[in-house]
Ligand binder design. Structure first.
Ligand SMILES: *[C@@H]1O[C@H](CO)[C@@H](O)[C@H](O)[C@H]1NC(C)=O
Ligand SMILES: *[C@@H]1O[C@H](CO)[C@@H](O)[C@H](O)[C@H]1NC(C)=O
Ligand SMILES: [Zn+2]
Length: 435
C-alpha cells in the first residue's frame, strides 16, 4: 500500500512537472525584431528559417524598415543575431522572457466566470454564439443567422446576415475574421461591427441603406478555443484537423483553391505556421467561407478577411509580388481612404500595398475572392500594431470604434458604386422566376 501511494504520488508529481514546463514554454523566449533597410534586404529577411524549429516567425517584413518579428528560444538568440550580422540587418532584442507577458497582459480574470458577454472583451466561442443568437432575437427585422456547417471538431459555425431590405438584391459586403486562431482582436472587431450595425441608429440610415453586411466572426473556432485553453497554446495559428502522422492543423489562409501552394507555403504538416494542407479546401472552415462567396457571388462586391497584426491593409495578388491586377488602383485608393478615416478617428494609419509585394504567399482567401469569385474589392486587413498577437483587452474600447470608421468608408464606397438601381418590383419578379 505504501509503495502504491509512493508510485501514485510519483506519477502525479511527474505529470505536474511535464504539464507546467510545457505550459510555460515561452517564458524564456525572447522577442526579436530584424529590420531590412533596402529592397534586397526585405527579400533576404523573409527567407529567414531556423532549421532547428526553435524560432517562430511571428510576422514577416512588408517593406523597408518594417520588421521581421521572431520569437526565439534562449539558446537560439545567437543564431538570429548571426543572421542579422551576416546580412547587415539591424537586430533588436525587443523583449526577454516574452511568455511571462502572456500572464500580465492576457491572464483571464476570475471575474469572467461571473460576467456576461461584453463587446470589449475577448469572449469564449460559446459566449460569442450566445451573443449572435441574442442579436438575431432582438433584431429580427435586420438579422438572420445562417448555419454554414460544423468545424472539424464539430462546433457550429453561423453567418450573421445584416440587411434592412433582404429582398432588394443589395450589394453584399462579406467580412470574415479569426481564420488564424491567435489573432484575437479580429473576432473582437467582427463582433463590434455586428454590434454597431445593429444598435447604432445612424447605421440604419447609412451603412445598411443599400448595402447588406454578411459577417462571419470566428472562421476557425477550434483553433480559437485551443488558444484560450492554456498559455502554451496561446500562439496557435492553424485549424485543429488531424493529418497523417502526429501533427495538427492547416494554415487556413494558405488553403484556398486559387494558385494553391505556388508560393510562400510549407508542405510539412508539422510546420506551425504555413502548412497549406493536403489539398485545396481540405478544411471544413475554408469550405464554409468559399460556399458563402460562391452562393453570393453575383452580389458580393467587397470581401475583407480580418487578421492581426501589422497594421496593414493589403489587396491581391498575394501569391506573387511580380505584378498586380489591372484594377489595383481602385483597391489601393479605397484602402487609403479607409486608412485616412481610421486616422481621423485617432487611430494609426494602415500601410497599404499589394499583399504579395514583398511577401508572396499563395492560397489566401483574398486572392480566391478576387481571382476565382470575381469580387471587385478584396482585402486582408491586419489590425493593430505594437503588441504582436497579444493586443491588450483593455485597449479594445479605444481601437474598435476607430477601425469602425474605416468600415464605414468601405460601406459608403460599395453603396456609391453598386447600389441596386433596380426597383424592388424588378427584383420581386426576378425572384419569382427563380422560384
Ligand atoms: C529606416 O530607419 C532608419 C533608422 O531608423 C532611418 O535612418 C531611415 O531613414 C529609414 N528609412 C526609411 C526608408 O524609412
Ligand atoms: C542593401 O543593403 C546591403 C547591406 O547594407 C548592401 O550590401 C546592398 O548593396 C544594398 N542593396 C541595394 C540594392 O541597395
Ligand atoms: Zn492572420
Amino acid at each position: 500500500m505504501a509503495r502504491l501511494s509512493v508510485l501514485v504520488f510519483g506519477i502525479v508529481g511527474l505529470w505536474t512537472q511535464v504539464c507546467c514546463l510545457e505550459n510555460d514554454k515561452y517564458d524564456e523566449y525572447s522577442l526579436i525584431r530584424i529590420y531590412p533597410t533596402n529592397g534586397t534586404q526585405v527579400e533576404t529577411t523573409n527567407r529567414f528559417q531556423d532549421p532547428e524549429h526553435l524560432i517562430e516567425v511571428l510576422k514577416g517584413s512588408r517593406g523597408i524598415n518594417d520588421s521581421l518579428d521572431l520569437l526565439v528560444a534562449p539558446h537560439r538568440i545567437n543564431y538570429a543575431r548571426q543572421f542579422a550580422l551576416n546580412n547587415d540587418l539591424r537586430f533588436e532584442l525587443k523583449q526577454k522572457e516574452y511568455g511571462r507577458a502572456f500572464e500580465t497582459v492576457e491572464r483571464v480574470p476570475r471575474r469572467r466566470v461571473l460576467r456576461s458577454f461584453s463587446i470589449y472583451d475577448y469572449n469564449s466561442y460559446t459566449a460569442i454564439q450566445d451573443y449572435l443568437e441574442t442579436v438575431a432575437r432582438r433584431h429580427p427585422e435586420l438579422v438572420t443567422l445562417q448555419l454554414l456547417g460544423n468545424s472539424y471538431q464539430g462546433r457550429r459555425v453561423k453567418l450573421v446576415k445584416i440587411s434592412a431590405n433582404p429582398n432588394t438584391g443589395n450589394p453584399i459586403v462579406f467580412i470574415d475574421a479569426g481564420i488564424h486562431a491567435r489573432e484575437w482582436v479580429a473576432p473582437a472587431m467582427a463582433l463590434y461591427l455586428i454590434y454597431r450595425l445593429t444598435n447604432d441608429p445612424e447605421a440604419k440610415q447609412n451603412e445598411l441603406n443599400g448595402v447588406d453586411w454578411y459577417i462571419l466572426p470566428v472562421v476557425n473556432p477550434d483553433g480559437y478555443e485551443f488558444t484560450r485553453s492554456s498559455k502554451a497554446n496561446r500562439l496557435w495559428r492553424k485549424t485543429r484537423s488531424k493529418s497523417n502522422g502526429n501533427c495538427f492543423g492547416v494554415d487556413g489562409n494558405r488553403n484556398y483553391g486559387f494558385k494553391w501552394a505556388v508560393s510562400g507555403v510549407s508542405n510539412n504538416p508539422c510546420d506551425r505556421e504555413t502548412y497549406a494542407g493536403p489539398k485545396p479546401f481540405s478544411e471544413p472552415e475554408t469550405q464554409m467561407v468559399r460556399n458563402v462567396m460562391l452562393e453570393n457571388a453575383k452580389r458580393l462586391k467587397l470581401y475583407i478577411s480580418v487578421h492581426s497584426y501589422g497594421q496593414y491593409l493589403v489587396y491581391p495578388w498575394g501569391y506573387t509580388g511580380d505584378f498586380v491586377p489591372k484594377e489595383w488602383k481602385k483597391m489601393d485608393s479605397l484602402a487609403r481612404s479607409v486608412s485616412d478615416a481610421v486616422q481621423r478617428a485617432g487611430g494609426k494609419p494602415f500601410r497599404v500595398m499589394s499583399a504579395g509585394k514583398w511577401y508572396p504567399a499563395a492560397g489566401g482567401s483574398d486572392d480566391f475572392a478576387f481571382g476565382a469569385v470575381g469580387v471587385p474589392y478584396s482585402y486582408t486587413m491586419e489590425l493593430t500594431e505594437g503588441y504582436e498577437f497579444l493586443f491588450p483587452e483593455r485597449l479594445l474600447k479605444t481601437v474598435l470604434p476607430q477601425f469602425y470608421e474605416g468600415f464605414r468608408v468601405f460601406g459608403a464606397q460599395i453603396k456609391k458604386e453598386f447600389k441596386n438601381s433596380r426597383s424592388p418590383r424588378d427584383s420581386e419578379s426576378v425572384s419569382s422566376i427563380e422560384d
